[in-house]
Design a protein around this ligand. Structure first.
Ligand code: AMP
Length: 550
């Protein structure tokens, strides 16, 4: 017997309509690419999204057409999110930090009909155009006054919007319709498209607004540091509209000073971003002696947040840190770390151990760990294995079937991560499968070594890679970036680690660098490091004097 409740499709347009109905005067504040701050409200955003919807339809973006963006977090990008998906087209957010060849590949693979770009990316667009013949329109996200000479053959967003009325009703359609498309950076092979549906987007938005996840409310001022071109800014534009939270969109200003200015001026209560951006911001806060307004809770994910970073933000600033894990393929929220009531009774050290984990499994998501024979491993917080995921907002297939059938028996998606799970549902990332160091038949977690190194007060950045080794298979090399003005020798670094990690985990060499290379999504670019230091042990034979796993 079926239940007798209404069955309305879960559509993204319902979010912006709701925000207009209940939060018409709540602000959306943007730092503009052209300079200055722009302010308007959810009502304005809804009106302009409808105008934008009509403009996109006029440009021929019909059902399922891919509407691509190369844009920062700002109000125009926000409008396109709702306009493109609202008409039944697909909002394809492109990461401008990828190599131009990769971007051209992505545009062609996606079959983008129109590309809307911020002026920052004009040069990039000029380079892309000859390689992307399928794109019918290139639209500069600005007004006529700011259109540069180089954009003469492009359309002007503000003109397109101004030419349309807001007399537009969002259509109803199947909630399984594709809404947005995001390519994974893919360090090997071509990038693959993850195609989110209206249904998955809405269910994800409901879930991230649970109190133990982002928990956005109509009392929050939320700033997505995470770009809208990286897994839809982790769903924040949708979740903020759903909750009626004030939104602050930082545009191209992702440096510590620009972010702190917005945190202070707009009294931001919630932010989300990758660890490196918080590291930069923390350095700025320390240098200038700034205390941010409180309360402020922040989600840090996309790469491991070290216990040192979590502790510094909490003890120096009073910011509540929620460590989170996810992937493009999981929309991205998979786990988020908040304490349970029972943890209050624990010692500070025990709580720190819980806090450093990647967090508790969200309802709507399931995780399991298996060995290489696909046997499930115990949820005891110790056993670690291949992490598998399934759930309402997890991808079942890449766009255009790229990579073939990706699911394991039982409908599980293999994450490529190695993790532990515990009896309370907390997951801890041990490493990426391809980054874990296999030394003498035992595994060394590069993430754990990095986190431990980051605990040294003179260390500003740390990366660990495994390099081929004749006897042990692989041995770790530690790359360290010293904090400005700090002295640190390789021997001092090793002495510090010696007290904290097993003897055979000790890196065979410590090298110092000016910066850790990062990927387009802010992760340590290990492939590049492995290339840079490929023959380090061969060239420095004295360095490999460890005792190995035996
Ligand atoms: P992406 O699809 O580019 O967002 O990358 C997803 C991958 O980032 C995951 O499979 C993890 O390897 C890594 N990742 C995400 N969040 C974390 C985290 N909190 N700690 C460690 N690794 C993470």
């Amino acid at each position: 017997m079926h239940g007798l409740m209404m069955n309305q499709p879960l559509l993204i347009s319902s979010l912006i309509r709701h925000a207009d109905t209940c939060h018409s005067d709540t602000e959306i504040v943007s730092r503009l690419t052209e300079g200055g701050i722009h302010r308007y409200t959810y009502r304005d955003a809804h009106r302009r999204s409808r105008q934008c919807a009509r403009a996109l339809l006029r440009l021929g973006a019909t059902d399922g057409a891919r509407v691509a963006t190369l844009a920062w977090n700002n109000f125009r990008h926000f409008e396109i999110y709702f306009a493109a998906s609202g008409i039944g087209a697909v909002c394809h957010t492109i990461n401008p930090r990828l190599f131009p060849e990769q971007i051209a590949y992505i545009i062609n693979h996606a079959g983008d009909h129109v590309v809307l770009f911020d002026l920052t990316f004009l040069k990039l667009v000029e380079a892309l155009r000859p390689h992307c013949p399928g794109v019918r329109h290139w639209v500069a996200l600005t007004d006529r006054a700011h259109m540069p000479a180089g954009a003469a053959s492009c359309l002007c967003y503000e003109e397109l919007v101004a030419a349309e009325s807001d007399d537009y009703e969002w259509p109803d359609f199947d909630e399984e319709t594709a809404a947005s498309l995001c390519y994974t950076s893919g360090t090997t092979g071509n990038p693959k498209g993850v195609l989110f549906s209206h249904r998955s987007t809405l269910l994800h938005a409901f879930a991230i607004n649970l109190p133990d996840v982002m928990g956005l409310s109509a009392r929050d001022t939320a700033l997505p540091v995470v770009p809208m071109f990286h897994v839809n800014a982790w769903g924040m534009p949708y979740a903020a509209a759903m909750a009626g939270a004030k939104l602050v969109l930082p545009g191209p200003g992702l440096d510590g000073a620009s972010l702190c200015e917005l945190y202070q001026a707009e009294r931001v209560t919630f932010s989300a971003g990758v660890p490196t951006l918080w590291l930069n911001t923390l350095a700025h806060l320390r240098e200038k002696g700034i205390r941010l307004p409180l309360p402020h809770r922040t989600i840090i994910g996309g790469a491991a947040a070290s216990p040192a970073l979590i502790h510094a933000l909490e003890s120096e600033q009073g910011i509540e840190v929620r460590h989170a894990w996810g992937m493009t393929e999981t929309s991205p929220a998979g786990t988020v770390n908040t304490f349970k009531g029972k943890h209050a009774a624990m010692s500070a050290e025990e709580r720190a151990a819980v806090h450093a984990k990647q967090g508790r499994i969200l309802p709507g998501v399931e995780l399991r760990i298996t060995d290489d024979e696909d046997r499930e491993l115990p949820r005891d917080g110790t056993a670690f294995g291949n992490l598998l995921v399934r759930g309402h907002w997890v991808c079942r297939e890449y766009f255009k079937g790229e990579g073939g059938s990706i699911l394991r028996p039982g409908g599980w998606f293999p994450t490529g991560d190695v993790a532990t799970l515990d009896a309370d549902g907390y997951m801890r990332i041990v490493d990426r499968t391809k980054d874990i160091i296999k030394s003498g038949g035992e595994w060394i977690s590069s993430v754990d070594l990095e986190n431990t190194a980051l605990g040294h007060p003179a260390v500003g950045g740390a990366a660990v890679i495994g390099l081929p080794h004749e006897r042990w298979g692989e041995r770790p090399l530690l790359v360290v970036v010293r904090r400005p003005g700090q002295e640190l020798t390789a021997e001092q670094m090793l002495d510090f680690l010696r007290e904290k990690v097993a003897k055979w985990w000790l890196p065979d060499a410590v090298v110092f660098a000016d910066a850790i290379p990062l990927t387009a999504t802010g992760k340590i670019y290990k492939l590049k490091l492995r290339e840079t230091y490929a023959d380090y042990f061969a060239k420095n034979p004295g360095t490999s004097g460890h005792t190995g796993a035996g």
